[in-house]
Design a protein around this ligand. Structure first.
Ligand SMILES: Cc1ncc(COP(=O)(O)O)c(C=O)c1O
Length: 354
């Protein structure tokens, strides 16, 4: 023993790197407009499926292949075009394990979901970072230029978090056609709210992986379950690097039940769209700049008063996400959309603060 400082030999990028900022806890019971969860909750059919789990079922290791075979038709894919994962976070780590190593480059259009950069940096990748402009426009020409340099992976959230941008299927097709030797990961975490998808293209393209999650519209963030879809040549390689039991029995049962209860998701999406319209109108009335969003959140610009507004809301148990760090300018805040009732309450409080 060489004393308390002994840590073995972690990879250099981790030993020298920065920790991911800790997620806020003690959020239960507050108005949670900070993590893009599903504020209408989850399906009662999912909770019933969880109650039906038997002692034998829980004492066994999970059987994910059977669950995948049952779920694949619900997504319109074959079972060998799909993997289940412990949320998209887990999918991103798996993709990074398989496609990223020192000396390879990774394309990002930032600000975007921070886990892309986090996993790429851990593997010593060279980050090619492009940025949304001040109007939150996607830098298409630069993306096509960087794709000519053949980065190993392009992580692209569609809709993007935190900007809310949504690229249409035609633009995505142009990107995929230009990605000669790049795996394009189209992260469709918010697909249910946007309706835009490239999922049917995984059968034709070997340079595409699509990620989906049960954390957002299905309201199961606490269970950690999601999917990766890709051509079977890609899933074969991803499976080689996957842990044998990445998703627990309860999460698998919940995902299956959620997939069957499409009516719940439809209702939740309708409610969130109504909430979005109320919030957009209310914020515009208060003179706050709102960016268009294809997802269950809005990016807004409060200007110089941004940090004070975030802090004042927090004192009233209303949590929103300050995005000053992502944009290197104070004022940007991301607000998760809740039910119409929650949005009216939120706007009422905001009005007293502005
Ligand atoms: C674009 C994007 N991808 C993935 C995730 C995480 O999804 P999961 O809960 O499935 O890990 C988020 C969560 O905020 C997200 O915004």
């Amino acid at each position: 023993m060489r004393g308390a400082k002994q840590t073995g030999m972690p990879r250099r990028a981790l030993a020298e790197g920065h920790a991911r900022p800790p997620m806020l806890e003690k959020r239960m019971g507050k108005m949670r407009l900070d993590m893009n969860e599903n504020l209408p909750g989850c399906s009662s059919k999912v909770r019933a499926a969880l109650r039906r789990l038997s002692a034998e079922g829980l004492s066994m290791y999970p059987e994910k292949e059977r669950a995948v075979a049952r779920m694949a038709p619900g997504f319109g894919v074959h079972a060998d075009e799909m993997l289940v994962v412990s949320g998209i976070d887990d999918a991103l780590r798996l993709i990074a394990d398989v496609y990223i190593e020192r000396g390879r480059s990774v394309l990002l259009v930032e600000p975007t979901f921070p886990m892309y950069r986090f996993y790429a940096e851990q593997r010593d990748a060279k980050i090619r970072s492009l940025r949304y402009d001040r109007e939150m426009r996607f830098p298409m020409r630069e993306v096509l230029r960087v794709l000519r340099t053949e980065p190993a992976v392009f992580f692209l959230a569609n809709p993007n978090n935190p900007t809310g941008n949504l690229l249409d299927a035609r633009t995505l097709g142009t990107i995929l056609n230009a990605a000669a030797r790049t795996l394009v990961v189209v992260d469709e975490a918010y697909f249910e709210f946007s309706g835009v998808t490239v999922l049917p293209q995984v059968r034709q393209r070997r340079n595409l992986a699509v990620t989906r999650t049960f954390s957002k519209a299905a309201g199961l963030a606490g269970l950690r379950v999601g999917c990766v879809f890709a051509h079977r040549d890609v899933t074969t390689i991803l499976k080689r690097a996957q842990a044998p039991f990445p998703v627990g029995t309860a999460a698998l049962a919940a995902a299956e039940a959620a997939l069957k209860d499409r009516a719940f998701v439809r209702r939740a999406v309708r409610e969130i769209r109504q909430g979005r319209a109320i919030l957009e109108r209310g914020l515009s009335r208060l003179g706050v700049r709102v960016f268009p969003s294809g997802a269950n959140f809005l990016l807004v610009d409060f200007g110089a008063r941004g940090p004070a507004v975030v802090a004042a809301l927090k004192r009233r148990d209303i949590l929103v996400r300050d995005q000053a760090g992502s944009f290197e300018r104070r004022g940007f805040v991301r607000i998760t959309i809740g039910t119409p009732k929650q949005m009216r309450k939120f706007l009422g409080v905001l009005e007293t603060l502005l």
